[in-house]
Design a protein around this ligand. Structure first.
Ligand code: PMP
Length: 297
């Protein structure tokens, strides 16, 4: 039988969590089991990274949290400025140097029905020290992706522009299956069969010295993806945003993933297709690293 409770669980830590306008002791930041967001998957969230004690692109992330809630039909009861301030304060209180921030919003427990009715809206912000998602070895050598049977849904099927918890069912299923098959992460196609993204990051492929990335028309157009597009322009690297078919995957020399948590993560293989951690990936990685630290100066 699988154990439901993990002794080193995230709910059993010291510190504080910002919840609906005030800081509460970490262990007291709890929900009722009849919370609408839990039953009907209406929560939205963000993932932010702290470098040298400062949050990279905080305002963009907070704005996206607001937009995600709007996509799901609700309005956050705190302004972008208020949430920015709360996030900064949470990071300050914990003395986070190199870490992660997880803001989350959800509908409350006033009634249980598929309709949202007049449920209250709640917001929490937690932060903790978390230097890297992947090991230094993975950063250097690249990770291996396995193609998933799960696909990113069409914009008619799901609120694809939102960073919505409900969309992560697919990602969890895909990532667990990839791990069981011995891969580090999964590559998902979209509903049309085009190459889409990994389970928590966007995808870039390199042919010669040109970057290719899927058009983000049915999955999250990541903030890191946007940053890399801008960095590529600065570096004089040509970028093509286009629909990419799985049968093309053998034609590329390099491959990497982008995301707030993944940063620039080289990929050394997708199924049987192998890539090297080459010049373009290295140039983008260095430029990104410089930017996240510089942005803090
Ligand atoms: N796609 C998915 C499914 C993600 O979870 C993430 C991480 N937020 C991304 C892409 C990359 O987005 P960002 O660069 O804004 O972190």
């Amino acid at each position: 039988m699988t154990r439901a409770v993990n002794v080193s669980a995230l709910d059993d830590r010291d510190g504080v969590i910002w919840l609906d306008g005030r800081f509460v002791p970490w262990r007291d930041a709890r929900l009722h089991v009849l919370t609408h967001g839990l039953h009907y998957g209406g929560s939205v969230f963000e993932g932010e990274r702290v470098y040298d004690g400062r949050i990279f692109k905080l305002a963009e992330h907070t704005r996206r949290l607001h937009e995600s809630a709007r996509e799901l039909g609700y309005q956050l009861p705190f302004t972008v400025a208020e949430l920015n301030e709360a996030t900064l304060e949470a990071v300050r209180r914990h003395g986070i140097d190199n870490g992660y921030v997880r803001p989350v919003a959800w509908r409350g427990s006033e009634h249980i029905s598929v309709s949202s009715g007049d449920t209250s809206v709640h917001v929490a912000i937690a932060t903790w020290e978390w230097p890297h998602v992947f090991s230094a070895d993975a950063k250097e050598r690249g990770i291996r992706l396995g193609a998933s049977r799960w696909r990113r849904p069409s914009p008619e099927t799901a609120p694809v522009r939102a960073k919505a918890a409900s969309l992560y069912n697919i990602c969890t299923l895909a990532r667990d299956a990839a791990h069981r098959a011995g891969f580090d992460d999964a590559l998902l196609l979209d509903y049309r069969g085009y190459v889409a993204e990994a389970t928590g990051a966007n995808l870039f492929l390199v042919a010669g010295e040109t970057l290719h990335t899927p058009v983000a028309d049915c999955f999250l157009a990541g903030i890191t993806r946007r940053t890399v597009l801008d960095l590529a322009a600065d570096l004089g690297i040509q970028v093509v945003e286009r629909h990419i078919l799985p049968r093309e995957l053998g034609e590329f020399d390099e491959c990497f993933l982008t995301g707030t948590a993944y940063e620039i993560q080289p990929v050394r293989a997708i199924d049987g297709h192998e890539y090297r951690v080459g010049k373009t990936t290295t140039a983008v990685t260095e430029a990104y690293s410089q930017l996240v630290h510089q942005a803090m100066a």
